[in-house]
Every structure is written in C-alpha cells, then in structure tokens.
Design a protein around this ligand. Structure first.
Ligand code: PMP
Ligand code: GLN
Length: 384
C-alpha cells in the first residue's frame, strides 16, 4: 500500500544527533539540556514511585498536577481553566499537538502554519487528513504578517497554528500581535493551536504573551506546553494542553485511545514540585545568562547573530563566512561543522515545507553547561 507520509524521512534532530555522536562533536543541534533537572524534582518523582504511584492515573492526568497547572496559568496569564474539564496531561507537547489536530481536523480542512515551523506540524496535519497552508513569517524578523494571514484564511480554515517563543527563530509575539490575531479571527470559527513550550524562556524583561490572556482567543484555543523544556527533563516526555471544555471533550476522545494516560510517578512528582514557582520564574534569567555567554563568544566572528528574545535557540546567518562555506546550503554547512569543526547545529531549511527555501541560517541550542558552550565557542572561533 502507498505510504501515508511518502515524502518523509527521519527527523533532522535524530539525524544531527547521530552525526554529532559519530564524530564526537559538541551537540548544539537537537534542543535538549546537557545537565540534570533539579534534585528536588528527581526526589519528588522517586518518592512518588516508591510511594506506590505506579498504576494508571486517571485518563486526563493526576488531579493534583492538573490543579497545579491551572493555578499557574491563572496566576501568570489571568485565565482560569477548570482543572477537571479543561486541562489534560500529555506525553510531551508532541502528543498534545497531534492529538489536538486529530480531534478537530476533518479530511480536507485547512490548517494554517507560520513558517519556519517546528518539524512535527506538517506530518501531523497530513496524518489528520488536513491540508497545510504555509504562511511565511517575515524572513528577517520572523514576525507574523497579518495581511498574509488574512489572505490565507478561507471557509475551509479549521485551525491556525502559532508558536511563541518561536522555534527556531526565538522570536516572541507581542501583546499587540496577539490583539491583531484576535481581531483577525473575530467572526470566524477558526481554532488556534498555540505551541507555548518555551513560555518561561523570554528575555530582556519582556513577558510571554499566552493566547489565553485574551478571552476571545482563549475561547478558541488549545494551549500547549512541556515540562521537558521548563524543568530540563526532555526525556520524561510530559506536557499538557489547556482548552475550553467543549474543545477539551473532543481532545480527550482521541487522547483516551491514543495514549489513554501519561506515566504516573512523573505526574505526581511534578505536582509536588510545581508548588514552588521559583524554578519556572527563574528560568528566563538562567537561560539569558547562557544566551549572553554564547552571543558574546560569537560576537567578533563572521557569524551574524540574529536577535534571540526567547527560547533556547540562537540562530546565525553564515553568509559572511569564507566563500566556499558561505556558498554551502545550510544542511551541508551543518554537516561540515559537525565533521570538521566538531560542533553540531540544525539547518533552518528543516523548518520549511518548500525545500526551495534555503536561507543561510543555522540554529544552535544553548541549553548547555557553560563548559560545553565554552568548548563549542572555542571550536567555532577557529573557523577562518
Ligand atoms: N513544539 C516545539 C516548538 C518544540 O520545540 C518541541 C520540542 N523540541 C516540541 C513542541 C515538543 O515538545 P515535547 O518534547 O514536550 O514533546
Ligand atoms: N524540540 C527539539 C528541537 O527543536 C527536538 C525534539 C526532537 O528531537 N523531536 O531541537
């Protein structure tokens, strides 16, 4: 039988991590920390596991964790979700996004995606039978263009996906842009799937604009986040989705026959740990220092640093590198960097559906120990 996803190979993150390992390169490609989560969190999970939390939790997630999530959202963004009916714990943001799409997209429905976009969106839309409608972000600022978005809306538009802070560019939506989105969708039945996994990584005193801050957007949105990012435990694969009750009811119909529920000791441990807001409130300062270290190290190199107001990714334009390097496409350059310089990165083109789009931009992840960043910088600075 024909493949459901005929064009698809292996995700660039697996490919580049394997290449990094093969060449002993410092892996600034795939986004994950190379340090451990807080011992207090690990202890909380350990206690949960030894305390008998090892059987199926309720289908939507451990109640205490859902309550902690709802309380956090209300405190930070001012929207009150009902923990019983409007929050579901998921196997990472990845499952939340796929499940939301499967729950609301009918075959032939259009799903608008702002590109560059995280690489799971397009195959997820295809699996849901949807038609992806890519709309480019501004190629220099990575800001949304509302005229283009308006032009992309059609009677078949079912979902508009957004991602702030943005992977890969690090761009952060402003309150004004959220208002413009609300205005754009007024009078339509378009749903919003808002990927906010980097919600606590917003720098330079700015704040994260969650869609749920605006009631008219909250009423039509799935808001997705990930404990993997917030607590340095990407391998746990625990995230969550918040949505108004009617949308969440549809989400749970799929969730219950998709994973049914998510591992129990991590949820119980996370619920305990979330009582203290300091770890997520302190995350922006923690990562801003790493961002600044990394940017300072590259400042006087031929790499041109793009702004990085959020996320744990720093993008650079490499068109100022010596001619043979500058002429390479971004994938070739990432492979060359991994093999010859010993630093792995991710090509920007991996985040575009049309492979013709090949900007001279690559993405580094700075969620690394300072010594790892120093070693990477030492190597990158040798490029002449
Ligand atoms: N969305 C974005 C924008 C991401 O960067 C990631 C992680 N790379 C995910 C979703 C998936 O998160 P999780 O690991 O929790 O599934
Ligand atoms: N979100 C991570 C990144 O963008 C990768 C996650 C994955 O490997 N699927 O690098």
């Amino acid at each position: 039988p024909p493949s459901r996803l005929p064009q698809l190979g292996t995700t660039v993150f697996s490919v580049m991590s394997a290449l990094a390992q093969q060449h002993g390169a410092v892996n600034l490609g795939q986004g994950f920390p190379d340090f451990e989560g807080d011992p207090a969190l690990l202890d909380a999970v350990d206690r949960a596991m030894r305390g008998g939390h090892n059987q199926y939790p309720p289908m939507p997630g451990v109640p205490a964790l859902r309550q902690a999530i709802a309380a956090k959202i209300e405190t930070l963004y001012g929207h009150r979700y009902d923990a019983d009916r409007e929050i579901t714990v998921t196997a990472g943001a990845t499952q939340a996004i796929l499940t939301a799409l499967l729950a609301v997209v009918h075959p032939g429905d259009e799903v608008i995606v702002l590109e560059p976009a995280y690489d799971s969106y397009a195959p997820n839309i295809a699996l849901a039978g949807g038609v992806m409608v890519p709309v480019p972000l501004d190629p220099h600022t990575f800001r949304p263009d509302f005229d283009r978005l308006r032009a992309a809306l059609s009677p078949r538009t079912r979902v508009l996906m957004i991602n702030t802070p943005h992977n890969p560019s690090g761009n952060v939506w402003t309150a004004d842009e959220m208002q413009q989105l609300a205005g754009l969708l007024e009078g339509t039945e378009v749903l919003v799937l808002s990927d906010e996994v980097y919600e606590h990584m917003v720098y330079d005193g700015q704040q994260h604009e969650s869609v749920c801050r605006l009631p008219s957007l909250a009423a039509r949105s799935f808001v997705v986040s990930s404990f993997g990012k917030t607590y340095h435990v990407t391998g746990w694969k625990v995230g969550f989705v918040a949505a108004p009750a009617p949308l969440m009811a549809e989400f749970r119909k799929v969730h219950q026959y998709n994973v049914f529920t998510v591992n129990s000791p991590m949820q119980v441990g996370l619920a305990t740990y979330m009582a203290d807001p300091a770890p997520y409130l302190g995350l922006a300062d923690f990562y801003q220092r790493k961002r600044d270290r990394f940017r300072a190290g590259l400042a006087d190199t031929p790499f041109r640093l793009l702004p990085c107001p959020g996320s744990y990714f720093q993008c650079v334009d490499y068109s100022g590198l010596p001619a043979p390097l500058a002429a390479m496409d971004d994938m070739a350059l990432c492979q060359w960097l991994t093999r010859e310089v010993g630093v792995a990165a991710i090509p920007m083109s991996a985040f575009y559906s049309a492979k013709a789009a090949r900007p001279s931009i690559i993405r580094f992840c700075f969620a690394k120990k300072d010594e790892t960043l120093n070693l990477a910088l030492e190597r990158l600075r040798q490029i002449q």
